[in-house]
Write a protein that binds this ligand. Sequence first.
Ligand code: ADP
Ligand code: MG
Length: 446
Amino acid sequence: MDFAIVNGLLKRAPGKGLVHAPFALTPAPITPRDNHRIEELTAPFNRLVLALSRDIGFLGEVLAGVAESDGFTRDLLAMAAAREALQPLRLFLTRGDYFLQAGGAGEPPLIRQVELNTISAGYAGLAGRVNLLHRQLFAGTPQAEELIHNDPIGPISRGVSRAFGHYGHPEGCLLMIVQPGDGNIFDQRMLEIALREEGIEVERMTLEELAERGRLREGHLTVGGRIAAIVYFRAAYTPDDFTSPDTFRARGMIENSSAVSIPDIATQLAGTKKIQQLLAEAGTLEKFCLPPDAALLRSTFAGIYSMEEPIQGPEGSLPAWRAAMARPGEFVMKPQREGGGNNLFDDELRAALAGSSAEERRPFILMERIAPVTHTALLVKEGVAEETLCVSEIGRFGLLLAHGGEELLNVDAGYLVRTKPRELREGGITAGYGFLNNLCTASAQP
Ligand code: ADP
Ligand code: MG
């Protein structure tokens, strides 16, 4: 517990004050080959997001149906369409999330993408700290050799610093847009401190505060007279963050400024579940990627369906939503939301679909439920350790800097492992289900 606290593995919990973030004491095993295969996906997925985010016509067209039933998507689309293009520089901080699923006999596991986060991809800071924790705990033992090193904040802050240099106002700052009272504040502070070390001033504020203090001056977003060169979002991915018309105005002000936004709205929309589902349709992914990338990325797709499309199952051909009602345990129903806790499983899924209209179903997609490989782990929460049969979701951080369509930087920046008891359906740390963890090469399984 002392090591966890010394390393900053902390969060604020409502009513409890400062507590340690849940973590595992035993890393998740992976073969070096599978680890490499997952890492290799980051750059092509970033490239795909760049292509998508540059095609607002496509995003608008394919999200129009969802927007009819979902006000948040509608508002985002309207803001993206109204954007005055002032800034050819783009900076993405993404995180692709994956599970390993058992392959056939004698075959390596399948890599299955859960989703690609293009906004507020968190835990880069705490992931580095849980790595430090395990390095300290295992020092001098064979396990130390097998732990896979991880420090995402390093490459991320260096990449952000490069973008800051390209923007060309060294007196400017990075503006971090946060939720009021976010418990995961230390993860954000770790990036903030690393950026200061790079010579970048950081201002934190909520959308509400920006509405009060922000101004547009000659195309630049300014706070207290200082130019915001980069705006980094750790909020604004959920309608709950838009508490007033002022907050929408603040978001629009960012979008219509010269600030480099991580992300701009088009990039945010490129990461929606609906786009993920459409990319899985025959030929769509291939419009946005070169053939080798397309084949590689497609190999990670689980089944993912629009509600009404016919799918084949033991019942014959049924619209996907009817197949999901018949076999709810085999699907996950997802709305166009980020941040965890929004998906529907099992009985909730069935209850939501029973008696639903096509219009009510439209904002959702259905995804095949992935059955990840399991491992045992020692999980620590509120100071108590418990050995549990678990699954681990592996996230890969990616950083992309582009000028127009030209990539200036496109790199993998390290990983996040969230280990959770096998029977839990959702996996978020913030939502309270996941435990921060590391990867170790398979032979190091304790
Ligand atoms: P969010 O944007 O809210 O994070 P995700 O798509 O990442 O939504 O889903 C949240 C969690 O639900 C994941 O972290 C994972 O644990 C679980 N989950 C999502 N999709 C699947 C799936 N297809 N199979 C199994 N579990 C899933
Ligand atoms: Mg997720």
